[in-house]
Design a protein around this ligand. Structure first.
Ligand SMILES: [Mg+2]
Length: 180
């Protein structure tokens, strides 16, 4: 079965370190010096004086206008994914986002030579847990709760998911190779 050999990877804050650029833009607009480590809550509006809609709009702007500046979470993503594929795994990128950002995601994946076997763009509220994979790597505390046995989740370490201490965690994608 496809799901038994498929590892799903989240995009934002697992492959693409988008919050670095998002915060650059935020700090310019609001004349602040917020760092990524300050974002200790998944719900950014609990930390910063900004509405949910403004948060989404700023993400859209960053992907549309600054996608070339978004760094990968590490420089070896391509090598790591090829090693996982060589071990027999399929790589499925599953990303929940605004549809207008879709072409820029494709450009970013090409620019950074990210290999993958398929990609799922989710535009509604359906849970990632419904898609075919046995393991999801994600930074979202919401996905952590939704992915249940026999599916597994590994948490990609970010300041906003520190409360998920009991989960298997990685801070670089290359740590995944020894876990699968
Ligand atoms: Mg994410």
């Amino acid at each position: 079965m496809v799901s038994e050999i498929t590892i799903a990877l989240d995009l934002d804050s697992v492959l693409a370190d988008v919050m670095q650029i998002w915060l650059e833009e935020y700090n310019t607009i609001f004349n602040t010096k917020i760092k990524k480590r300050d974002i200790s809550d998944w719900h950014i509006h609990n930390i910063l004086s900004i509405s949910k809609q403004q948060i989404t709009d700023l993400f859209i702007m960053v992907w549309q206008k600054r996608w070339q500046d978004i760094p990968p979470t590490s420089n070896d993503l391509s090598d790591v994914i090829i090693q996982l594929q060589d071990k027999g795994f399929r790589i499925s990128i599953i990303t929940k986002r605004e549809r207008v950002t879709m072409p820029f995601v494709a450009h970013w994946l090409d620019l950074n030579n990210i290999p993958f076997n398929d990609i799922v763009f989710i535009f509604d509220d359906v849970s990632k847990s419904h898609f075919p994979f046995f393991l999801l790597v994600d930074d979202s505390p919401i996905n952590a709760k939704e992915v249940v046995t026999p599916k597994q989740i590994i948490i990609f370490d970010q300041p906003w998911n520190k409360s998920l201490a009991s989960y298997t965690r990685i801070s670089k994608l290359n740590e995944l190779i020894d876990l699968v």
